[in-house]
Design a protein around this ligand. Structure first.
Ligand SMILES: *Cc1c(COP(=O)(O)O)cnc(C)c1O
Length: 367
């Protein structure tokens, strides 16, 4: 008996290469794209370990939990790391990045998260990229939560290492990811004696044994199900048009924000400026007298499938995440979230909420 997920024909090197080409088109990049067979943390870690060493001076921008992790990896590689932390309710500015360069002119590596699904902010990468180019530093970008939700343009922005995953706004699988690599980044890796080689974390292995060989022989068996799912999700985005997919996410964020503001009951957008709020997910600040995790638990009682979560770690008390990405970037989902939050607020604190106003505001913002 055949099974749709089993008994598949082998995935050829040519098919693997064609999926890489599609990812390159999605990113509008002429750089090499390496598909990595693991969750996005694989290329995120691999790219840092490949490029950073004791000679590296890094500016690590922290606008959420991933920035903290990158700083840990950089230090583990022996790099000198200057952390630039901004409060999670805001974005970092190019001016702050320039000020860090002025203070530490030896900075030659910058790590930045584009959009943070965990904290709901998005950073102005184009402007920051300009500053990084002037500095001549290598630019590493985590675009996992931005790809599909807003423009991601590594070539135009001068990004040397742009990491993406399919599981957020692309609406795809979590077990496969990709990174675009500039010539400068390859050169930095080749010159780094500590760069992983003959290792699952190694990007250089893929350069030397896959790309330089004309992409004819894969390094190991391809993760077939994930690759097929990635291909299907790229096809779906190409059919709808990337602009339409990003517009859907932008609308979901605008509708959620407007709906919450009209709802009242003490709930408010966590990221203060709409221009700094990520299209991939909207974070909310719970009223002072109610724990965010309690509100989320109540809201999920009515519909466990809603894309709601409390913030991670210490943020669980005050932050609610509305993960309106992928198929959840839809007007019905936004409306269902507002409805569930309204009942949860009333039940938890007897708050006075205006659900009809919230629905109307969300519908208007969606348009
Ligand atoms: C989601 C996400 C990742 C991937 O990590 P998981 O939590 O394992 O899904 C990486 N970086 C950012 C900014 C993300 O939002």
């Amino acid at each position: 008996m055949t099974h749709p997920l089993l008994d598949l024909a082998p995935l050829s090197a040519a098919r693997f290469a064609s999926i890489e080409d599609r990812v390159a088109r999605l990113l509008g990049t002429g750089q090499d794209v390496v598909i990595t067979q693991g969750e996005a943390l694989l290329p995120l870690e691999g790219a840092i370990r490949a490029t950073a060493g004791p000679g590296t001076t890094a500016l690590n921008v922290i606008t959420g939990p991933y920035g903290q992790t990158f700083g840990d990896w950089l230090r583990d590689c022996g790099a000198t790391v200057y952390d630039l932390s901004v409060p999670f309710h805001t974005a970092v500015t190019a001016g702050q990045v320039r000020a860090a360069f002025a203070e530490h002119p030896e900075i030659d590596f910058v790590s930045l998260v584009h959009a943070e699904a965990a904290t709901g902010n998005t950073n102005p990468v184009a402007e920051i990229g300009e500053a990084v180019r002037e500095q001549g530093a290598l630019f590493y970008l985590d675009a996992v939560a931005s790809i599909g939700a807003e423009p991601v343009l590594p070539d135009a922005w001068g990004v040397d290492l742009c990491v993406i995953g399919a599981q957020k706004a692309m609406g795809g699988p979590a077990g496969v990811s990709a990174v675009s690599v500039s010539e400068r980044a390859w050169a930095r890796m080749a010159a780094n004696p500590r760069a992983p080689r003959r290792s699952y974390l190694s990007l250089l292995d893929w350069k030397e044994r896959w790309i330089d060989g004309g992409r004819t022989t894969l390094l190991h068996a391809p993760a077939q199900l994930e690759m097929l799912a990635l291909e299907a999700c790229l096809e779906r985005i190409e059919e709808a048009g990337l602009d339409a997919v990003t517009a859907r996410h932008r609308r979901a964020a605008a509708a959620t924000r407007a709906g919450v503001q009209a709802l009242g009951g003490g709930l408010e957008p966590y990221v203060r400026k709409a221009s700094e709020a990520a299209p991939v997910a909207t974070t909310l600040r719970a009223p002072a007298d109610v724990a965010a995790s309690d509100l989320v638990a109540r809201a999920l009682e009515s519909d466990p499938a809603l894309p709601l979560a409390a913030g991670g770690g210490a943020l669980a008390k005050e932050m609610i995440r509305v993960n309106h990405y992928g198929p959840a970037a839809a007007p019905e989902t936004v409306e269902a979230v507002l409805t569930a939050l309204a009942s949860a607020l009333t039940a938890a604190s007897g708050a006075d909420v205006d659900l009809p106003a919230a629905r109307a505001a969300a519908a208007l913002a969606w348009r």
